[in-house]
Write a protein that binds this ligand. Sequence first.
Ligand code: NDP
Ligand code: 2IT
Length: 444
Amino acid sequence: MTYVERVLSDLKTNNPNEPEFHQAATEILTTLAPVLEKHPEYEAAGLLERFVEPERVIMFRVAWVDDSGKTRVNKGYRVQFNSAIGPYKGGLRFHPSVNLSIIKFLGLEQILKNSLTGLPIGGGKGGSDFDPKGKSDREIMAFCQSFMTELYRHIGADTDVPAGDIGVGGREIGYLFGQYKRIRDEHTGVLTGRGLTYGGSLARTEATGYGLIYITEEALKMRGDSFKGKTVIISGSGNVAIYACQKAQSLGAKVVAMYDSNGYVYDPNGIQLEVIKDIKEVKRGRIKEYADKVKTATYKDGCKGIWSIPCDIALPCATQNEIDKQSAELLVKNGVKFVAEGANMPSTLEAIEIFQRNNVVFLPAKAANAGGVATSALEMAQSSGRMYWSFDEVDAKLKNIMVNIYHNIDSAAKDYGFDGNYVMGANIAGFIKVASAMMAHGIV
Ligand code: NDP
Ligand code: 2IT
């Protein structure tokens, strides 16, 4: 057994019933063999065993009272995975599917993603199985306050800085921040994605979606191509999907389909984003309503069908494992040329293999969606300096970071003899920095 095989096998034995964590670890570790061969001292120092074991896992009860007076109990999580290159950094996800496996896969991915940004941030992730759908503002506030009443003791601007993810947007960050400030009596950059009136950064809301388009634009540009006239499918209709759509459209692409967790809309004339924004951001409604408002559009129940629509570029921006083998085969058959992951781990291992085998340019999540956390790090910098940058300044920095990530992962892939394999490139480039910092810190 090789070193990688042994660590993966032990990980599966020691962490049973964590399929998403196994999947992310497999994707990452199986690409690191060339680095480990070059650095035998890593195995001697047990570096990989330490890399896959979170520094700290916090699990807690979140009790709150709903509008009917009933007591509700949810599970809260924060996985502080790796602080070698900076304070733990990563989002909070509120979704009924959340469990330890999901938070650990997200945390592991976050370590390398944060490293790729080039900024000093370690990896962490948290959340709850709380479902914000259909809850009143008061219920959301009660939940967030209870969640933070435990979390506050584990986080801090130089320790661990959470942010949003699925189900956690500006409203939730506001309630979480309010409770942190009240308990600690500190107005610091302890959360990112804050509102603009209390320490947030311009362009953080747009950052993940814009960043996804900037890195894809660079990949297109290096092949003498652009977004102009391209047919694009974007799954999801939340924060990442909406701003990816906006930027892609501004570069001349035609986005023809989007979805939420109930079903998808197909609009051959091009999605009217203002209608989506009104339904999803303002009214917190269902995407189905788009087809009632826009006559050229059709709605279909279920998400999977979206991948049967022919496109040049597919941007999965909803959730893990939304593109399986069958969907990947359909996309390839219909001529997809680029797949860039806005969501975390949206493609199964089999789907990735199909894209790579068919020469689809595949930009993996930890590179392609790093613009969100990168801009969170820019928010932290502004908080520490007690000043603000303009939208254009932050946006220019974001674009520069995404272009750099593209070239770093491209070079790393080439250096190790895997030209064009950006899964290899992203994992290797991200890992090298973390490994070097961990080695410098001794056995900890
Ligand atoms: P939002 O909560 O704003 O939106 C999530 C979208 O995905 C919604 O349209 C939601 O549908 C849909 N969705 C969620 N779960 C499922 C599911 N199980 N099946 C089908 N659709 C689903 O989240 P974000 O846009 O912030 O996050 C989207 C993805 O991007 C996640 O994978 C997240 O980890 C990743 N990401 C987010 C970043 C950020 O800065 N926000 C940064 C980097 C990555 P519905 O409305 O029906 O719930
Ligand atoms: O997956 C992610 O990178 C995020 N949800 C954003 C994390 C952050 O700290 O901004």
